[in-house]
Design a binder for this molecule. Sequence first.
Ligand code: ADP
Ligand code: MG
Length: 324
Amino acid sequence: MAEFDLIGLIRERAATRADVLLGIGDDAALLQPPPGHALVVTADTLNEGVHFPAGTAAADIGWKTLAVNLSDLAAMGAKPAWCTLSLSLPRADAAWVGAFVDGFLDLAGRHGIALVGGDTTRGPLSIGVTAMGLVEQGAALRRDRARVGDDIWVTGTPGEAAGALVLGGHVPGPAPAGEVASSARAALDSRLARPTPRVEAGRALLGLAHACVDISDGLLADLGHVCARSGVGAEVRLDALPASAALREVFGDASRVLQATGGDDYELCFTAPANLREQVQLALEQVGVDASRIGRIVAGQGVRALEAQGQPWQPPRAGYEHFG
Ligand code: ADP
Ligand code: MG
């Protein structure tokens, strides 16, 4: 199959929206941002062997390449609008592209984001997405707005994707506490393969959260970016980290290092004033997202993780360091 036919296959299936004046098929797309909004733009590339193992199902790769980009829009509080797709493929495999597009457009449809263009070339398997979103002017959630005294929150149950990576032998980590039940394994694997970008949560946090980041590199590491950009420090209570049932079932007490430092979950970590606790909880409940309060922003710099009794925590083995 030729490059041209592959593009045709994608074009046939891509949905459009009213603010796409011209989509796939010309030299470039024409898009009409609404007045009073900022355009939010982000790009992420996934390479075979680096971001996903060789042999990963094409539909899962399609889902995930869009999910990681939607997660960046979510962390800014943006509504997804448009995206482009750059495909580098070792060969023109229509079945692979069809399955890839299944996963990609499944997630795109859930968030009303239109695929408006891209590029298709021959090369090592690599997928680049640029996602564009819209946020009301002046309202975006940013990393540099955390303030001393803010609560620190996290959505969902971070650590599950890292648990799947450890079980798959892709990264070092704690040993399972016993025999691994297939149901727990499947739960962790699905979080790695098909992360849920917290788009609705990001929208719900507009006007409530001070600062926000999505967790791609690990909770403590990504919170560290917020602290550095905001000129503040953070204290995180390890016993307050939300525990996933599947993760605890597989790793027991050793789950903690995965919760604190495991990446790839694409949950949101955000800060908000303490007097808005109830409103934050309610706003997220209304979009069906669980969130946990895990610490507070303090004067100073850097992230300190604390045990229940307040003593500083270090990851149990040096081998885990690369998680952070
Ligand atoms: P050009 O040579 O002008 O870059 P291309 O042949 O690369 O044109 O692309 C033709 C059209 O198809 C363009 O509108 C481009 O945005 C779109 N396109 C190419 N590859 C993809 C893809 N992987 N996904 C979506 N649109 C694509
Ligand atoms: Mg091109």
